[in-house]
Design a protein around this ligand. Structure first.
Ligand code: HEC
Ligand code: HEC
Length: 460
């Protein structure tokens, strides 16, 4: 509450479009509500925080058999047979529905493991989501179920044109949030089929989903450091798809400190291949001399992490997101900060990017906020970054030497008729928001130093 009040003083309350921005530099720590990690995991995979979904009966007609055992979780009830990224729950109207949960975007198969908390980097958002929703609707007959399907389908139809990416593997969540805010009354959270304010451009900002274990160290959520105040309240914005009243939102919020506690309990996966310890130790010194001032230090007896937002002019990476794309445009910030969500938290992006913690960095390829660089080696030697490429989406096709995904560099991108690949398989770094420039801090290293830093990064 206090924070909202302070913002009001600065922006003359409600007189819009003067939304708060954060400065670049160190992000201060804010107090968080505590929670129970085990309870958080249960809520994450069982609760209906998304608020609507496809009637279970229709889902079961398409998928009559249980999902393969390796993608199921230990769940009772109607979720028992579903894959980890879907949850079944009963809506207020008494209809059992199936909906994607957080793990849709925040889990990923890597080798033969499903890593919970690792950002999904293989999902395909290059098509419109509503086609499938419509097909599924044909399978729903019962009138109560049909009404429930319609509610879900209307939301999907509203967001579909604004969440189409140009490349498989990048995520549209920032634009998705903007569209959902635009369709909701700021005070009551009531949904309106007609947007209540301007919608974002249909050019979807591409985002590489960050791993959840970063939140052990980060004082603000999101690449542009926008998520300030109470993080649990921010995390529950995933409920803006179908949660249509403040009372319902408050009930969900009551267990989100537990969800946050679960997120903070996740440890990054360990590098599963051999490491040259002597070379890694040389790399540590190079890292501490060249990288630690932004990315912190890593030691058995305690890490340091400066929580630094680096101005786009200094880091030089694609600046579309930091200029206020998706939910970070003024009108959406204004909506958020004056809504139920703004009671405990606020969105205040900075004109730059956070230098992220590098724990488990080997597993989080591709790199940068837009996933524009497939390997650590290419990140640290900018002349070798592919301008146009197709990267492997096979979770076993990992490149141990380059630390990242195998890829094939191409001569041309989306503007040519490539016979070999569909356009949506090609990462074209000349597209708006997809740039792979900047972060040239590895270029001044000698080849030996670079090898050593890469060896060191494997140990984090
Ligand atoms: C449609 C995909 C999607 C879904 C569903 C989703 N997220 Fe995210 N999440 C993202 C993306 C993309 C980002 C990065 C956005 C940015 O930084 O601009 C993100 C960022 C985050 C972060 C901040 C991480 C960091 O390092 O700053 C947290 C925490 C988080 N999500 C938690 C959740 C939780 C909890 C849920 C479920 C209630 C959820 N997310 C549902 C896509 C999704
Ligand atoms: C001036 C501050 C600064 C310095 C110095 C710096 N970095 Fe970064 N680094 C950043 C920022 C900011 C980002 C995020 C940029 C983005 O996503 O657009 C980043 C991103 C990265 C990433 C990608 C993270 C991810 O999850 O995609 C890696 C890996 C990395 N840096 C390693 C290094 C190494 C190794 C060095 C030293 C050779 C170094 N950095 C030096 C600021 C810095």
């Amino acid at each position: 509450m206090r924070f909202v009040f302070v913002i009001c003083l600065i922006s003359a309350c409600g007189e819009d479009l003067d939304a708060p921005r954060s400065p670049v530099g160190a992000i201060p720590e804010t107090e968080q509500r505590s929670g129970d990690a085990a309870e958080g995991w249960r809520a994450l995979i069982e609760e209906g925080y998304v608020g609507c979904g496809l009637p279970l009966s229709a889902y079961q007609r398409v998928f009559p058999d249980p999902a393969p055992a390796e993608v199921r979780l230990d769940r009772a009830g109607p979720s028992a047979d579903l894959p980890y990224n879907l949850t079944a729950f009963r809506t207020a109207n008494g209809v059992d529905v199936v909906t994607p949960n957080c793990l849709q975007c925040h889990a990923q198969q890597h080798g033969d493991q499903i890593v919970f908390g690792l950002g999904s980097h293989t999902a395909d958002y290059t098509g419109e989501l509503d086609t499938l929703a419509d097909l599924a609707g044909a399978l729903v007959e019962d009138p109560t179920e049909k009404a429930e399907w319609q509610r879900w389908r209307d939301r999907i139809a509203a967001v579909a044109p604004y969440t189409v990416t140009k490349t498989i593997g990048v995520n549209p969540a920032d634009n998705l949030a903007a569209v959902l805010f635009a369709h909701r009354d700021r005070d009551t959270l009531a949904w309106s089929d007609e947007p209540l304010m301007e919608l974002p451009p249909m050019i979807t900002v591409p985002v590489d989903v960050p791993p959840w274990w970063h939140m052990q160290k980060k004082n603000a959520m999101f690449y542009v450091g926008a998520g300030r105040g109470d993080h649990a309240r921010i995390m529950m914005t995933a409920s803006t798809l179908c949660v249509d009243t403040v009372d319902e939102a408050r009930a969900i919020d009551s267990y989100f400190p537990d969800v946050r506690a679960f997120l903070l309990s996740i440890e990054p996966p360990k590098w599963p291949h051999p490491i040259d310890a002597a070379r890694a130790e040389t790399g540590r010194a190079v890292f501490e001399g060249n990288c630690a001032r932004c990315h912190g230090t890593y030691a058995d007896d305690g890490d340091t992490y400066p929580n630094l937002i680096v101005a786009t002019a200094e880091v030089g990476t694609d600046d579309v997101m930091a200029r206020g794309a998706g939910q970070f445009a003024d009108i959406y910030l204004d909506w958020y900060n004056n809504s139920f969500f703004g009671e405990l938290s606020n969105l205040a992006p900075a004109p730059g990017y956070i230098a992220p913690p590098l724990d488990g960095i080997w597993a989080t390829a591709p790199y940068l906020h837009n996933g524009s660089i497939p390997t650590l080696r290419a990140l640290l030697e900018s002349s070798t970054r592919p301008r146009f490429f197709v990267r492997s989406f096979n979770p076993f096709d990992y490149n141990v030497a380059a630390v990242g995904w195998n890829f094939q560099a191409l001569e041309a991108g989306h503007d040519t008729n490539n016979q070999e690949f569909d356009e949506n398989q090609i990462y074209d770094t000349t597209q708006l928001g997809y740039g792979n420039g900047g972060h040239t801090f590895g270029d001044t290293l000698t080849a030996d130093q670079r090898d050593a830093v890469i060896e060191y990064l494997k140990t984090l």
